[in-house]
Design a protein around this ligand. Structure first.
Ligand code: BV8
Length: 237
């Protein structure tokens, strides 16, 4: 691969990349937030107020995601990681489908729905029980476990965020795939890349607040459009 534009590539993904795998998005027609409201569930306050309700929601999502398979868009990113000299995949998703597709290095901005954290000891563990054995989930020490994800009003892990900013600031090409570009600080990464001279390409079903900054907006489902875009980029187009 000697095409300079593909020397350093960063891809930011959102819930839209997993839509064709059957994982509902947050803000779409069948979105997760439709029957719930983010502030009712994905916040520390909601968890303090009603840990069982919050765990019921995550237990339901875990059960749904466990039956979903990565799609062609996830697999395209695995091929990109193998063939680009310098490739960073940054995801807002907690479904872990990038790892299941075979992506090796994934910057998970918002954590993983398959990890739990003890609210007393802070220890993080993998937990793939579907369904969970008890709600709310409990640590062996007796304290409540929480999903090891970043909720609204919570700061992202500093090291993870630094890695994401460093990649966005130094890439030649940034792809933004399947994100509504509403949630910060993730939504600022593509415009940071653009401000540093990167080429910015967006892949989405519809235009988003990011679209005016993009050099190219590819409208269509990621599982169809991302493989085609990758083929075009390899031709140097
Ligand atoms: C923080 C994890 C410091 C849990 C999630 C600056 C400006 C404005 C607001 C803020 C700001 N800084 C902080 C905020 C507040 C807040 C925020 O951004 N609010 C928004 C709503 C305005 N941010 C935070 O609180 C963040 N923390 O900044 O810390 C701080 C501390 C204290 C006080 C203030 C600041 C933490 C944010 C993380 C929240 N956690 N999830 C869980 O998943 O359960 S966010 C949640 O939304 C998901 O992680 C998801 O990734 C994320 C973004 O959604 P998308 O991935 O984009 O998905 P969405 O459904 O919205 O869109 C899907 C897109 O795909 C659509 O565009 C659709 O068209 C497209 N699509 C659909 N199908 C397809 C498709 N595209 C292609 N193909 C298809 N087939």
């Amino acid at each position: 691969m000697h095409n300079r534009i593909l020397n350093s590539v960063v891809v930011l993904t959102g819930a839209g990349i997993s839509a064709e795998s059957g994982v509902p998005t947050f803000r779409g027609e069948d979105g997760l937030w439709r029957q719930y409201r983010a502030e009712d569930l994905a916040t520390p306050q909601a968890f303090m107020r009603d840990p069982t309700l919050v765990w019921e929601w995550y237990d339901w999502r875990r059960g749904l995601i466990a039956n979903c398979e990565p799609n062609a868009a996830h697999r395209t990113l695995v091929d990109m990681e193998r063939r680009c000299e310098d490739f960073t995949l940054i995801t807002q998703n907690v479904d872990d489908l990038h790892h299941r597709a075979g992506s090796k290095r994934v910057v998970q901005l918002h954590g993983s729905i398959w990890q739990v954290r003890c609210t007393s000891e802070g220890i993080v563990q993998e937990n793939h029980d579907v369904p969970l054995r008890q709600l709310p989930a409990r640590c062996a020490c007796g304290a409540a476990l929480r999903p090891h994800v970043v909720w609204f009003g919570e700061s992202l892990d500093g090291t993870v965020l630094e890695e994401a900013y460093a990649a966005a600031e130094s890439c030649d090409l940034m792809l933004a795939v399947g994100t509504s570009a509403i949630v910060h600080p993730a939504a600022s990464l593509p415009t940071i890349a653009k401000s540093r001279g990167a080429r910015l390409i967006e892949v989405n079903l519809e235009r988003t607040p990011l679209s005016p900054y993009a050099d190219e907006v590819v409208l269509g489902p990621a599982a169809e459009e991302l493989p085609k875009l990758w083929a075009r980029l390899q031709e140097g187009v």
